[in-house]
Design a protein around this ligand. Structure first.
Ligand code: GAL
Length: 700
């Protein structure tokens, strides 16, 4: 497993910890604060008062109030304003901005500004600047140009965080902290190399262990000492090295964020939560590890091409909810369009509202737009905003104001509720990285493959928890791991216990092939789970044409990937076989299942076509006794259930362009939205309350 702090930064961490109140008590208090937020649904915007004359602020805030907002996020890029020269701090303007926001009824989230260091720092201390893999040092003028490994930068970053926390850490108007902004790009400078070597030493203890785990007898890669190991993210390097590079970036970024979190927590009221905002399917670090010591997950949901694919986007929300297995914040989303893809199409009328409700349905307790008004200059002049350069609303303002109105009406019904996950899916960063490093078939995209399974499972079950492999799975009757490529012995043991205890574990292709040093398991797939399965993968094949499948799951085909299975235990059932194809596959088992203890394990060695996967999902859910809350939901209808705190509610969205009539459970009471006489219009949303007695399902 990834280590959380190491070497140089461990010393810094320990010094900061000495000042902090006991972590457990602090976390408990923060959790209590989260359980009872001041406003159950925060709706608001990123506001950059530093970009505008102060005389304008009152007008901006009045327009936010008029839109029904209750939250603003401030200061995340304002470092040059807060520390105009080294060690000289100016918070007076921010005092006034917070006071003005509060007077307008807004709660405040403060961002630490460390994604945008000031020019004086780059000039005086060029060693803080990031170095890319080719050795080029970043220059000033953009953002994220710092090195995550620079001790000097870490010092500056924790100091500004501490100074802000000293000033606002006990301020009742400030509810929480966002650390940095979308951390991500690593650095390859000399300090990063020193940390890399310290990281490897901590992970492996001795160079002999590293040599063994990475099989460095291959191509004469044997290392005499840790200092010889190059710092590399890609290229023709050892798969063990490349996967450990990801572990290293995880550890370094986590430590970077935690250094600021510790600085804040050392002086702040535990009522204030601490988060960092992340990006969709970002592969830069393990997000479960990053969130272990944060209070809250938050993320930035953008639909770059303006064409929402609601199931794919829902998977992303569920992934984020899985980081802490708790509700999250949507820290940023677009008012209409972005400005960073080739065609920055705006969402259709009504879809910005749909996306807000989708976030809430999947567990967001906040929806914040980026941004309020486009700066007159700067890199993002073309991005969607709520106000134009003239300071008056764009057409999207009214749609977002409606989100705020609906949210206020729905808040009492949703307070203290969380999404109900009826089954679980496992998403593993190690597995994703290891496959991405060696796809073997260009189109074996682990996120696409995960989403292909998520689609039918989610649309039939109407509630999926996306979880790390180490999560407690006991409450889920069905756990699907579309591609658990990397699995440790300890994880395999836990999964085996889940199966023996009565769960159904379904493994997709390439599962159980590697260990956490990215080495092949010496057993055939699924490696440490092969004995439990009573079968093993004989061989895998990348396909350039689909291969036919027949069996009890129905007829269909597999594209991209095919594995032939060999049953070894007598009680293994063959679910599906290959039809005539390349000769190697013909007639061989493609999917097998076996009852073990009180449960079952199934291995599916293919990437089935959509119809087949849907049929299979239906069978798995039927067998698990999982039925949808709203039966026969048409493809455009998204049904999201939130329950808890004695409440149960459904969020419904018609993502399509024609009206629908959802078959609601008896006794459902519309709380807010567009449902009229049982009809949900095109792009309509609705929140309906159900009586808790209708639940019969726990708050998961
Ligand atoms: C986000 C970023 C924001 C803004 C936005 C534009 O990734 O956090 O600061 O740049 O993109 O879409």
């Amino acid at each position: 497993m990834v280590q959380r702090s190491f070497g140089l930064f461990a010393t810094i961490a320990l010094a900061a910890l000495a000042l902090a109140p006991p972590a457990a008590a602090q976390r408990e208090a923060a959790e209590a604060a989260l359980a009872a937020p001041k406003v159950p649904l925060a709706i608001g915007v990123a506001w950059y008062p530093e970009q505008w004359p102060e005389a304008r602020w009152a007008t901006d805030l009045a327009l936010m109030q008029k839109a029904g907002f209750n939250t603003v996020r401030l200061a995340e890029f304002a470092w040059s304003r807060m520390e105009p020269s080294e060690g000289a701090f100016d918070f007076v303007w921010l005092d006034r901005a917070i006071a003005a926001a509060h007077a307008a009824g807004m709660q405040v989230v403060l961002g630490t500004p460390t994604a945008a260091p000031p020019a004086w720092m780059s000039q005086l201390y060029p060693d803080i600047l990031r170095v890319d893999e080719n050795g080029t040092r970043a220059e000033h003028g953009g953002r994220r140009h710092f090195s995550f490994a620079s001790a000097r930068y870490r010092g500056f970053a924790t100091r500004i965080a501490r100074e802000m926390a000293r000033r606002y850490g006990r301020d009742a108007r400030v509810i929480g902290w966002q650390i940095d902004n979308e951390v991500g790009p690593p650095s390859f400078d000399a300090e990063a190399q020193v940390l890399w070597h310290a990281f490897l030493k901590q992970r492996y203890g001795t160079i002999d262990t590293l040599n063994r785990r990475w099989t460095t007898q291959y191509w004469s890669q044997h290392y005499d000492n840790f200092e010889q190991v190059p710092l590399r993210a890609g290229g023709q390097h050892n798969p063990g090295l490349l996967l450990d590079f990801k572990h290293f970036t995880t550890a370094t970024w986590t430590d970077y964020v935690q250094a600021q979190a510790r600085a804040i927590r050392a002086v702040a009221d535990p009522r204030q939560w601490v988060t960092t905002n992340t990006m969709f399917w970002n592969a830069g670090f393990d997000h479960y590890a990053m969130h272990r010591d944060l209070d809250l997950a938050s993320w930035d949901n953008y639909i770059p091409d303006g064409r929402p694919d609601w199931l794919a986007n829902g998977a992303n929300h569920d992934l984020v909810r899985g980081y802490k297995q708790r509700n999250f914040w949507l820290m940023e989303t677009q008012p209409g369009r972005v400005d960073w893809v080739p065609v920055n199409r705006a969402l259709d009328r009504g879809q910005t509202r749909e996306m807000a409700w989708q976030a809430i349905g999947h567990g967001a307790d906040a929806v914040l737009y980026w941004q309020w008004r486009s700066a007159l200059n700067g890199q993002e002049q073309y991005h969607g905003a709520m106000l134009g350069p003239d300071g008056t609303p764009f057409p999207i303002y009214d749609e977002i104001a409606q989100v705020a109105r609906d949210a206020a009406a729905a808040a009492p019904a949703l307070a203290g509720t969380a999404p109900v996950g009826r089954i679980a899916m496992l998403f593993s960063y190690d597995s994703r990285w290891a496959i991405d490093l060696q796809r073997h078939h260009r189109d074996f995209d682990p996120v696409k493959q995960f989403t292909a399974w998520y689609r039918p499972l989610r649309s039939i079950a109407q509630g999926v928890a996306v979880l790390p492999v180490d999560a407690d799975l006991a409450r889920y009757p069905l756990v699907v791991a579309p591609s658990l490529h990397v699995v440790t012995q300890a994880q395999a043991d836990r999964l085996a216990a889940y199966v023996r205890g009565g769960g159904h574990l379904v493994l997709g292709p390439r599962s159980g092939m590697k260990d956490d040093a990215n080495a092949l398991w010496p057993q055939r797939q699924p490696g440490p789970l092969a004995e439990l399965l009573g079968a093993r993968v004989e061989q895998y094949y990348a396909l350039d044409a689909a291969a036919p499948l027949t069996g009890s799951l129905g007829a269909g085909e597999t594209a991209i990937w095919a594995e032939t299975l060999v049953p070894e235990a007598k009680d293994v059932e063959i679910l599906e076989r290959y039809g005539p194809s390349n000769g190697w596959l013909d007639g061989k088992p493609a999917a097998v299942t076996r009852r073990v203890g009180k449960g079952r394990i199934t291995y599916v060695g293919v990437w089935p076509d959509e119809a087949m996967l849907r049929g299979f999902a239906q069978r798995l859910l039927d067998a698990a006794g999982v039925a949808p809350v709203v039966p026969d939901a048409p493809p455009a209808l998204e049904v999201m259930e939130r329950a808890g705190n004695g409440r149960r509610a459904l969020v419904l969205i018609n993502h399509g362009a024609t009206p629908l009539r959802p078959a609601l459970p008896a006794g459902a009471v519309p709380v807010t939205g567009d449902l009229r006489d049982g009809v949900l219009p095109a792009h309509g949303v609705a929140v309906v309350a159900l009586t808790p007695a209708q639940a019969g399902i726990s708050n998961r």
